[in-house]
Write a protein that binds this ligand. Structure first.
Ligand code: NZQ
Ligand code: ZN
Length: 386
């Protein structure tokens, strides 16, 4: 196990009706701005709950943070925040609203342009922020990451910084999500675990078992949620699984491989593919191309998650990859680029973007633009797959 420092300062407030706790969680005497998306929270009653909880408090609102939040929109929020001496933010929405809010928090505290903050990869000072999270998927409610899009150039990058002071998770907010949103959320959470797990075995039993526990929970609840999307306990497990999948708990002292996310962000930036869906397409291809490098872990994964024990190492590794793709498809997601009308041109664009940036992703720092091309080529065809 590698040396590590772990500190996750987010207070997680979880359960039915917990939005009502806002008054006791928010500090008094702050200049508050509430940040919101396109209106789902008015349709599902979350906004009314927040408004009721904020009672007589003075605050301003910023609406319109879109899915895959755009720096062009967030600059306006930063401007509004500065004009009103805002010193505390409350994000009410999904990962996009919260990620956007993380950049607003940095932009208000800084003099530089918001996109420069994103490009640096790390925020400097940020004003405090918190969330009422309405989509289980990203883990943004309990981590320091944010992913921002620049529409003008169709670029999408992440940066790191502060964690939310608190996040309120009421599983009932998920009742208004569509089947596709749930599928993408489950795919996102599952892939987060895989990207922290699918490197080499023998680094930490605790991290392996913890990650496997989250993956087993997700594969167990996914089909049940399809039949019972209004079952509180199922949705509570889904929501908590998504948080635990990306709140630093399963990556202490181990190597990671975030290649799938990096390629997925390009697909979203270029084609608008929903985040979780982009991962369902890329991950099986990545496993096919890096099978030899990841074989030992693939065998452990295949046995512990899918019960694969028969056959040669090669056959078992292949089966584990097949079962992974089947899992994504069982959620109702396509897993091949051709099924989404994405072809060679996009593959070339992504490969050259990576080569130009000189990146080398993965636990062995060997996924260059050329390897990304191979991965995407292997995600292309729909013939012969499940
Ligand atoms: O904008 P509104 O009207 O609120 O509608 C949203 C949006 O259209 C809607 N929605 C939100 N809560 C809902 C709801 N609809 C019905 N019922 C509810 N309870 O859902 C749509 C999608 O919302 P969005 O916030 O975009 O989804 P998600 O939470 O999946 O966030 C995706 C973004 O997070 C980034 C992704 O790249 C993407 O930009 N990620 C952030 C990470 C992080 N901070 O650590 C890690 C992830 O890997 C991911 O990259
Ligand atoms: Zn993700």
């Amino acid at each position: 196990m590698k040396n590590f420092i772990f500190q996750n300062p987010t207070k997680l407030v979880f359960g039915k009706g917990e939005i009502a706790r806002l008054p006791e969680l928010l500090p008094d005497n702050v200049n508050l701005m509430v940040t919101l998306g396109g209106g789902s929270v008015t349709r599902n009653g979350v906004y009314d709950q927040v408004k009721a909880a904020l009672g007589g408090r003075r605050y301003i609102e910023f609406w319109g943070i879109e899915p895959n939040p755009r720096v062009e929109t967030l600059r306006r929020a930063i401007q509004l925040g500065k004009e009103n001496q805002i010193n505390y933010l409350l994000a009410v929405g999904g990962g996009s609203v919260l990620d956007g809010t993380k950049l607003i928090a940095a932009g208000i505290a800084a003099d530089e342009d918001a996109w420069d903050i994103v490009l640096k990869g790390v925020a400097g000072d940020q004003i405090p922020f918190a969330s009422v999270m309405t989509v289980p998927a990203t883990g943004s409610e309990m981590n320091g990451a944010a992913v921002i899009t620049r529409e003008e150039t169709k670029e999408k990058y992440g940066f790191g910084g502060d964690y939310p002071r608190f996040s309120i998770l009421d599983p009932q907010v998920t009742y208004s999500l569509s089947e596709h949103q749930i599928a993408c959320g489950l795919a996102d959470a599952y892939t987060h675990v895989l990207e922290q797990y699918m490197t080499t075995p023998g680094q930490s039993r605790i991290m392996d078992r913890w990650a496997e526990g989250v993956m087993l929970s997700i594969t167990e609840i996914a089909p049940k949620i399809k039949d019972n999307p209004l079952d509180y306990d199922l949705m509570a497990d889904y929501m908590l699984a998504a948080t635990l999948a990306l709140n630093d708990f399963i990556r202490m002292g181990i190597t990671q491989d975030w290649t799938t996310h990096q390629i997925g962000h390009e697909l979203t930036a270029l084609h608008g593919t929903t985040h979780g869906h982009s991962l369902a397409i890329v991950m099986p291809g990545l496993l096919r191309v890096l099978k030899d490098q990841k074989k030992a872990k693939l065998l452990q994964y295949g046995e512990r998650i899918f019960g694969i024990t028969a056959g040669s190492d090669e056959e078992r590794a292949d089966k584990a990859i097949e079962m992974t793709e089947s899992f994504y498809r069982s959620l109702g997601l396509t897993t091949r680029l051709s099924e989404e009308g994405i072809g060679e041109e996009t593959i070339e664009t992504i490969a050259s973007r990576f080569n130009e940036r000189g990146v080398a992703f993965g636990e062995n720092h060997n996924v260059t633009g050329d390897v990304a091309r191979e991965i995407l080529e292997s995600c292309l065809l729909s013939s012969g797959h499940i």
